[in-house]
Design a protein around this ligand. Structure first.
Ligand code: ACO
Length: 311
């Protein structure tokens, strides 16, 4: 049964009031937000790796500048989100420790390799497209700092999605080899992109409570359906084939029927056994360790400064 405090809290949520950092909140609400926002922050930071991989090999100076800007944006998104999580009473060091030790997750999608330049198109188009589909409704999420971070992040994500689609258009208007690369990238990223929305609703352990608290605004399957409906016509415009023989417009529901991803693959990836999990986590841990001298220097400097202030 809910306590009077919890009832009053739920009333505020139901009235669409924003909850702010210093206000009372149920412990479960705080924990769920730390999990989701922290996981989201980690995804932005780990998400720099598959694209960072292509900065040195971008085909033109212009493409290099665009990709560099996009990867820097992801770092910025990670920083806003870590700040939003910190308002809930967890430190950035604790969050990073939980990422590095494998206690916290990051998005499954970043455990797939980026093999060709066309993958930069597919990642922008599909991965950032799926991210926006999930994040636009989160602009209305009940926790103030998270919802405000989402507003800025969504503006930048839209640019990312368009730059990816622009790469796909260029590849598809190019030589037959270039178009084949674009098709191959779509073939490899389609199902992993569908998995980004999380398990099907019947297997989503957190959805019901998170939606009651308006931490989540839609179910996983609702957003996956919207993503398919938006993306299939974009693939058609490119002259590419979505790798799903059972994809079919369903007039009655006003959306596409489509094949589910291989959920055993999804659960293997989030358990740490995807194609690139070890490489991604290894790169993050190495970056943290390589930065130790700098953190130590900052701490030593701060200690000296406070000693001087006391003297
Ligand atoms: N990748 C990794 N783990 C996932 C994914 C995924 N794509 N989808 C679900 N999971 C995990 C959940 O974290 C949960 O595990 P946990 O209890 O150990 O944390 C488990 O699978 C069950 O899933 P749900 O009960 O459906 O989990 P939840 O309600 O948190 O929904 C979702 C998952 C939709 C990803 C939600 O957390 C969310 O909207 N997050 C914010 C957006 C985000 O993180 N985006 C990152 C995408 S990439 C990018 O932005 C660059």
């Amino acid at each position: 049964e809910m306590t009077p405090e919890e009832i009053a809290f739920q009333d505020r949520i139901d009235r669409n009031e924003k909850i702010e950092p210093k206000e009372w909140m149920p412990e479960g609400y705080r924990k769920t937000l730390i999990r989701q926002i922290g996981q989201h922050a980690h995804s932005e930071i780990v998400g720099q790796l598959p694209e960072g991989n292509w900065i040195t090999r971008a085909p033109t100076l212009e493409r290099k500048a665009i990709l560099l800007a996009k990867v820097q944006d992801e770092a910025g998104h990670g920083l806003y989100l870590y700040c939003a999580a910190e308002t809930l009473g967890v430190s950035r060091d604790e969050l990073l420790e939980a990422l590095h030790s494998g206690k916290m997750k990051y998005s499954s999608i970043f455990n797939y390799p980026t093999l060709t330049w066309a993958d930069m198109g597919a990642v922008g188009w599909l991965v950032d497209g799926a991210a926006i589909m999930n994040q636009v409704p989160l602009q209305r999420t009940s926790y103030g700092p998270y919802s405000r971070a989402m507003i800025r992040i969504c503006k930048e994500e839209s640019f990312h999605q368009r730059q990816g689609y622009d790469i796909m258009m260029k590849m598809c208007a190019g030589t037959p080899e270039q178009k084949a690369m674009a098709q191959d990238a779509l073939n490899r990223f389609w199902y992993p992109a569908l998995m980004m929305f999380g398990p099907s609703d019947k297997d989503s352990v957190h959805s019901a409570q998170s939606m009651a608290w308006k931490i989540k605004m839609n179910t996983n399957d609702e957003l996956r359906q919207k993503f398919v409906d938006q993306t299939v016509p974009q693939a058609e415009y490119l002259g590419l084939t979505v790798p799903d023989p059972d994809l079919k417009w369903n007039e009655e529901k006003g959306g596409y029927d489509f094949s589910e991803p291989d959920w055993s693959e999804f659960f293997a990836v989030i358990a740490g056994n995807g194609p690139c999990n070890a490489e991604r986590l290894g790169a993050r841990v190495k970056a943290w360790e390589d930065g130790a001298w700098f953190r130590d220097g900052l701490m030593a400097h701060a200690a000296k400064a406070s000693e001087r202030a006391r003297a």
